[in-house]
Design a protein around this ligand. Sequence first.
Ligand code: NDP
Length: 289
Amino acid sequence: MSAAVLAGPPAAQALLDQARARAAQLPRRPELHVIRLGDDPASLSYVSLKEKKALEVGLGSTVHALPETTSEAELLGLIERLNADPAVSGLLVQLPLPEGIDSGRVLDAVSPDKDVDGFHPVNVGRLWSGAPALPPCTPAGVVALLDHYGLPIAGQRAVIVGRSNIVGKPLAALLLARDATVTLAHSRTPDLSDLTRQAELLVVAVGQAHLITAEMVRPGATVIDVGVNRVGLSKSGKARLAGDVHPDAAEVAAALTPVPGGVGPMTVAQLIMNTVLAAERLQAGEGPQ
Ligand code: NDP
């Protein structure tokens, strides 16, 4: 048996198409604002990808590129202005921030109704309590990927390996809300393979190349590999990437995401969808502007 490949790009494109269609229904164009400090090359490329995708689906996109020397007070002042500006639908501050700036304080300053990264404590609380939240992009992207391929969530025995605030924990809330029975595993979980072998839906977000081997996968399971690990260089000098799941798992699983080209493209597509969601709610007057 060889697992079906759950390719990210078509699922991401479907999500972007939905975002475009919903944005077109709104009285005002959704606007994504990204604040970036300094010139860290990885941040620059993430921000330009977000801008490209926003423009592709007809959203407005503004990048506030500030010098590395910007003070926390200046940054908080800009966030306050953008929070109060009714034309701004989604607002995110690209991490990492320069040393000396308290990232937690900065992220908490973003209005929860515009917090398209879904990291604000108010959104975390809304997510867990079942209130309308802006969900974190990677886990919501995983759910969108499962939905795109028609894979069941309700009633599934789901095991998530990894309990970070950006992937594992919010994914647990999302799968629970969709009636899966969820177990969260982590570095202190004893007998990890006993647990993973029970999973009908196995999601791995650890950051260790090939941690999950074929023997750890239940035959017929759906396996979602969130991990992105650099494992040397290709002949052309580009970083070679590997997931947290060993490729041999494809012999056991019924469906498996590739790395790269699986979950990765879903994250930015979900960010665009979150911007549209935020705009819909703000324009319907459901949230403070
Ligand atoms: P973190 O480092 O924040 O969390 C890793 C989690 O894995 C922790 O909960 C840790 O447990 C757990 N863990 C570590 N070692 C083991 C082990 N041997 N057995 C079981 N659990 C273990 O990582 P992130 O959640 O931020 O990211 C995880 C991976 O996903 C990374 O490879 C990252 O690059 C990738 N990623 C990909 C994204 C995408 O868009 N495709 C987006 C975000 C992340 P403990 O809590 O006990 O320390």
